[in-house]
Ligand binder design. Structure first.
Ligand SMILES: NC(=O)c1ccc[n+]([C@@H]2O[C@H](COP(=O)([O-])OP(=O)(O)OC[C@H]3O[C@@H](n4cnc5c(N)ncnc54)[C@H](OP(=O)(O)O)[C@@H]3O)[C@@H](O)[C@H]2O)c1
Length: 270
């Protein structure tokens, strides 16, 4: 069996390969990357590296030759129309090269989203169904990293976190937990034609965030709702389902996911 991962040089892809190396032998893993010069660490660990550019269909045929399981990590292009074309190139090559199982990193609780990326992820899932290849949709929650744009360090300095009014709830997770769950799916059998909502099992709120900030800072940080706040993130958050939860990720990992307080430490710089 050979398992190929696209976008392998990226943050999620490299974490998945790290976890996969704990579960299968290195010679079963193929890292598909756009920049092969950046992939020496994989080679040093015995992982085969293949050139793979979603914009160059001929590179994809070569990258997927002999592959049993292919994980398509969604493209990071900013234009969702281009992303769809890139994903379609991958699907065409997967079909041509007779890949046996196609897995895709989609987005959690897609149905209620009304932003362009939600349409892109749903369109890609439907396009995957047209290939007839057994599939697994790995619907990833929003990365907890989004807290990086909320001004956590300023909030600690001011003793107050300002947020846009609303009953916000977040099912976010860290990439490292997603990588554990996805590596489990890639290395096990029995996940064909399944959809997993890889979210936190319980949502957290901005009250939980200020509590965690207070504990980490060793001083009180209160929450203030401010309707005049200027932050693009609320436009995005308001149009995606960040509150629905599932136990799929913890079940796949077999352990609790990283708690909020631990997750936000990398974004605090004191
Ligand atoms: N759930 C969320 O909150 C969330 C947030 C942001 C993004 N995402 C999605 O999740 C994906 C994985 O996240 P990540 O953190 O690992 O992102 P990342 O670190 O930006 O990695 C994306 C990877 O995709 C590769 N890539 C981009 N264009 C490509 C192309 N034309 N052909 C082949 N490979 C290409 C990049 O290659 P290079 O290394 O050569 O640049 C990179 O390795 C993203 O690409 C995005 O679709 C999810």
């Amino acid at each position: 069996m050979s398992i190929a991962i696209t976008g392998a040089n990226g943050q999620l892809g490299s974490l998945i390969i790290k976890q996969l190396l704990q579960k299968v032998s290195a010679d079963q893993i193929i890292a598909c990357v756009r920049n092969t010069e950046k992939a020496n660490e994989f080679r040093e660990q015995g992982v085969e590296v293949r050139f793979c550019d979603y914009d160059q269909p001929e590179s994809l045929d070569q990258a997927f030759a002999g592959v049993t399981k292919l994980l398509l990590i969604s493209s990071s292009n900013q234009d969702d129309t281009i992303r769809f074309r890139q994903h379609a190139h991958v699907l065409e090559a997967a079909k041509k090269m007779k890949v046996k199982h196609l897995l895709f990193t989609s987005f959690a609780f897609l149905g209620s989203g009304s932003i362009s990326p939600s349409h892109l992820y749903l369109a890609t899932e439907h396009a995957i169904l047209t290939t007839g290849i057994p599939h697994t949709f790995l619907r990833n929650a929003l990365y907890t990293d989004f807290v990086g744009v909320l001004g956590l360090n300023d909030a600690i300095a001011a003793g107050e976190l300002s947020t846009y009014p609303g009953d916000w709830k977040f099912n976010t997770v860290m990439r490292s937990d997603l990588a554990l769950g996805i590596a489990a799916v890639l290395s096990e059998s029995g996940h064909e034609n399944k959809t997993y909502e890889l979210t936190a099992p319980r949502p957290w709120t901005f009250n939980d965030l200020t509590k965690a900030l207070s504990e980490l800072a060793g001083k009180p940080v209160s929450l203030r709702q401010d309707p005049l706040i200027q932050n693009w993130i609320y436009g995005f958050l308001g149009k995606t389902d960040t509150s629905s939860t599932s136990s799929d990720l913890e079940r796949l990992i077999g352990d609790p996911i990283i708690p909020l307080k631990e997750s936000i430490k990398p974004f605090i710089t004191f």
